[in-house]
Design a protein around this ligand. Structure first.
Ligand code: PLP
Length: 438
């Protein structure tokens, strides 16, 4: 394609865009169970106004826009407090969970270069359920992932973590909760091992950081998971997930500023002048920082508590409805509003395809379908459960091997004996998908 030779008036451009999005997933109607966190229209209007107020500003330089610097430092301070940070806990805003994780890992690598200089190939202990952003960090920063299994309850196996530590280990990780089954790892046990062995410990609370603290206040039995746990040295929490800010807003918080300094990048030899940047990106959209601050001001603790209560009430309706359907069961004991279910009657991916045919988009994972509940789902619980029951009955009576669509694709990837081949296949799939006209 070429850039159009002649420009188009704004009204026509917007019309065209409206037309182009007509086949997109209908998240407003509660048809998706990942990717979008929507609270309500009033809140979204505030986000848009706050974002557009700072639409042109750039958070790269903390000197130019002092209000943005204030927003960011205040957001970090409030989030550190929410996540059990003692005075001195400090961090940065980033563009999302992945960048927060990349920064936490990069800081650990820099810390180890200073504090454990003998290590040539640093190792990081990762329960297999951690978000792939950690694998990406290993890939980008040339670190060695040491995977440990999870127990039958899908929580990281502490004994295996202990066994995996050696003289090259620099960092251990736990999730609160991990995405696949929505369960919190035994953070206290893992972090105490890290402390004893002189290692860093990062809690990935990108998904739960803005929900678990309120659930705890509401009386839910949430295991200790945050900076108040002895041995936890950093934590990530996404404001653009259950914090309900606009996209492009996450926090990474360290127990003290010594650790945060390892995240910063500075270069002094550039003909363009002195350059310093706190995180992975250069330009940082001012709108995302401003909208995050606006969200915390607007919702307040009472708003987050009320939202958390509502989300859990909706989640309970889904979970009990699913458990009542013949053959279906929830995996493990999810700690919040994220969970996976499977079927004992028929193929789970075929069930995913049947739901897709009925307009419901659920993420597939090995052996289960995944759901992440938000307030937008309040009005569709019954419709969903009725479609799910119908789909589950249909799949239960399908002959084995009678699969098409995503079920066939997942089946094929699962059947490949060679991980490398599976990776190549997925890369090629993306390669084809990201071509104009695909
Ligand atoms: C537990 C967890 N960590 C990290 C991430 C990555 O967040 P992002 O997609 O904002 O980069 C996710 C995303 O779902 C997640 O669930």
């Amino acid at each position: 394609m070429k850039i159009p030779e002649e420009g188009t008036p704004p009204k026509d451009v917007l019309e065209k865009m409206k037309d182009m999005r007509k086949d997109d997933a209908d998240w407003r109607a509660g048809k998706t169970f990942s990717l979008v966190y929507f609270l309500d229209d009033e809140h979204t209007d505030l986000l848009k106004n706050a974002y557009t107020m700072y639409f042109s500003e750039n958070g790269l330089s903390p000197m130019a826009f002092s209000s943005l610097r204030r927003f960011e430092t205040e957001v970090i301070s409030m989030v550190a407090d929410m996540l059990g940070g003692v005075p001195g806990a400090i961090g940065s805003m980033t563009s999302g969970g992945t960048e927060s994780i990349l920064m936490a890992v990069k800081s650990a690598r820099q810390w180890a270069r200073v504090n454990k200089p003998g290590i040539e190939k640093p190792e990081v202990i990762l329960p297999i359920t951690v978000h792939p952003a950690f694998e990406k960090a290993m890939h980008y920063f040339d670190l060695v992932p040491v995977h440990i299994p999870v127990r039958d309850d899908f929580r990281a196996d502490v004994e295996e973590a202990k066994k995996a530590i050696n003289e090259n280990t620099i960092l251990m990780v736990g999730s609160a909760p991990a995405y696949p089954h929505g369960v919190v790892d035994p953070i206290e046990d893992l972090a105490s091992i890290a402390l004893e062995k002189g290692l860093l410990f990062h809690v990935d609370s990108c998904l739960g950081g803005f929900l678990l603290p309120w659930l705890k206040k509401l009386g839910y039995p949430i295991p200790a998971f945050d900076l108040s746990v002895n041995g936890v040295t950093s934590i990530s929490a996404d404001i653009h997930k259950y914090g309900f800010a606009s996209k492009g807003a996450s926090c990474v918080i360290y127990k003290d500023e010594e650790l945060r300094k390892h995240q910063y990048f500075a270069y002094t030899q550039w003909p363009g002048g002195l350059y310093a940047s706190p995180s992975a990106t250069g330009t940082r959209p001012g709108g995302a920082i401003a909208a995050a601050w606006a969200t915390l001001q607007h919702l307040g603790q009472d708003g987050y508590l009320a939202t958390a209560k509502k989300i859990m009430a909706i989640t309970e309706r889904f979970k009990s409805g699913i458990e009542k359907i013949d053959g279906l069961r929830i995996l493990g004991k999810p700690d919040m509003s994220v969970f996976a279910f499977t079927t004992d009657k028929g193929d789970i991916f075929a069930l995913g395809d049947e739901l897709e045919n009925r307009g419901w988009h659920l993420d597939r994972q090995p052996g289960s379908l995944h759901m992440m509940i938000t307030p937008v789902h309040e009005n569709i619980v019954d419709d969903f459960l009725s479609d799910l029951e119908e789909a589950a009955n249909k799949v239960a009576s399908m002959p084995a091997g009678d699969m098409s669509g995503m079920a066939a694709m997942y089946g094929m990837v699962a059947a490949l004996p060679d991980q490398g081949q599976a990776k190549d296949m997925i890369v090629e799939f993306f390669n084809q998908l990201m071509k104009p006209g695909a």
